[in-house]
Design a protein around this ligand. Structure first.
Ligand code: MN
Length: 424
């Protein structure tokens, strides 16, 4: 079952938090994404909900009695929905709780936004058939899409320890690489550094080891989604990826946005999910009527690049690609059902990366590897600079939003990361 549309999605709702009523705000009262924040005078993380340019401290607003996001995410879906309802009512124009809630507001600009929860395990999938085909062509021109792709949601176990909150920088990684003409590999700073435009789904309710989660319950185990950048060292990846898949080319840094947009908030933006004509139908454990009717989610995604020269010139950066999550080959429910079909147990706070979300057209590549054709056709930026791969001082910002006639547009905020020079 997918979350249903209810009164919290009503496009006519207005908040007494004025900034939330600005049509340009990512965080109107219909959104209410969850995250964690802390202020200078208090080292502890608090659970907050974004509303306009403010964050509502849920404990200070007396909506919950804990600051443990993972515990909140383990709540039953009905209970989580009641919390959403209570937040929505308290933030509505004319609410009797305005005074209590106002005392629990902080300006987002005045607090530190962290990772939305404690992330236990992290799995990265490969759900864009367009990305898989383009990358496959570069790695294996005769055999781009491997025969399992349309049957198995491909993934690998990533590393949670290097997932960092939005706004941080990371140093260009060192690694072992071997160019095609070389006899032996060398170790040094990565020369083909890339980003990956992804969504990160945060797991809510756990399952018991040995007990798979079926398609009908799968979405009850998902809290929501944020923006996720799976930074990648392509030269390291090309040398190390066979036969067990990515390893050090991926686990040096990943960036997650501070706000998790709940599946409840995304209810108005669901769409039918189907396979192209002639493709195999999913096996029974990856199929359900609800998944066919509304398994896809219409989320517009954008990648922005700001070079150091742009930053110094006061230039905000270029939007270098756009895609939509509706084009993914596997749905969130299918990822949950597949991950647990063998009895693997998920825990609250586990993160599922969607894999790079590229669209069907070449300019919709979700990585530089796609946009620059493996480095052969560098992207030309508006200030005349070019990029085959990321350079030191580059900032990548991911953005996302949902728009649908009859509903208020909701956004994901941003997922921002900065490339710092390699450490000698
Ligand atoms: Mn990835």
């Amino acid at each position: 079952m997918s979350p249903a549309i209810d009164g919290t999605h009503d496009a006519a709702l207005q908040s007494w938090v004025e900034s939330a009523n600005d049509p340009a705000s990512d965080f109107p009262i219909q959104n209410l994404p969850f995250g964690r924040f802390r202020s200078e005078d208090d080292a502890d993380w608090h659970i907050g909900v974004a509303i306009g340019d403010q964050v509502l401290d849920l404990r200070a607003a007396r909506l919950i009695d804990s600051s443990d996001m993972n515990r909140l995410m383990r709540l039953l879906p009905e209970t989580r929905r009641m919390v959403r309802q209570a937040i929505s009512e308290g933030l509505r124009a004319g609410s009797a709780q305005q005074k209590t809630f106002r005392a629990a507001l902080r300006a987002q600009s005045s607090v530190e936004l962290g990772l939305p929860c404690q992330i236990g395990d992290y799995t990265d999938f490969y759900t864009s058939v367009h990305h898989a085909t383009t990358i496959g062509k570069q790695l294996r021109p005769d055999n781009p899409l491997l025969p399992n792709y349309k049957w198995v949601p491909i993934g690998y176990h990533g590393r949670a320890s290097s997932i960092m909150p939005s706004g941080q920088g990371f140093h260009r990684p060192h690694g072992q690489t071997k160019a095609p003409g070389q006899d032996a590999p060398t170790c040094g700073p990565c020369r083909r550094l890339d980003y990956e435009l992804e969504l990160g789904a945060v797991i809510a309710r756990p399952n018991v080891l040995g007990q798979p989660i079926g398609m009908l319950e799968a979405e009850q185990h998902v809290f929501g989604v944020g923006l996720f950048n799976d930074w990648s060292a392509r030269d390291v990846q090309a040398w190390e990826y066979q036969p067990l898949g990515p390893f050090l080319s991926k686990n040096f840094a990943s960036t997650l946005s501070p706000w998790v947009v709940t599946l409840d908030a995304l209810a108005p933006f669901r769409e039918p999910f189907s396979r192209p004509e002639g493709d195999p139908e999913p096996l029974a454990y990856l199929d359900s009527p609800a998944n066919r009717a509304q398994g896809a989610i219409n989320i517009e995604l954008e990648v922005w690049l700001q070079t150091q020269a742009m930053r110094e010139a006061g230039h905000g950066g270029d939007r270098i690609s756009q895609s939509n999550y509706r084009d993914a080959y596997w749905t969130v429910a299918q990822l949950v059902a597949h991950h647990t079909v063998n009895g693997c147990n998920l825990r609250a706070g586990d993160l599922f990366g969607s894999g790079t979300l590229s669209g069907p057209n070449p300019e919709q590549g979700g990585s530089l590897m796609e946009l620059s054709l493996g480095g052969k056709a560098p992207v030309v930026l508006s200030n005349g600079q070019t990029r085959a791969w990321l350079e030191d001082g580059d900032t990548i910002v991911l953005r996302g939003y949902c728009a649908q006639a009859g509903f208020r547009r909701i956004g994901f905020g941003e997922c921002r990361g900065l490339v710092l020079p390699a450490i000698d």
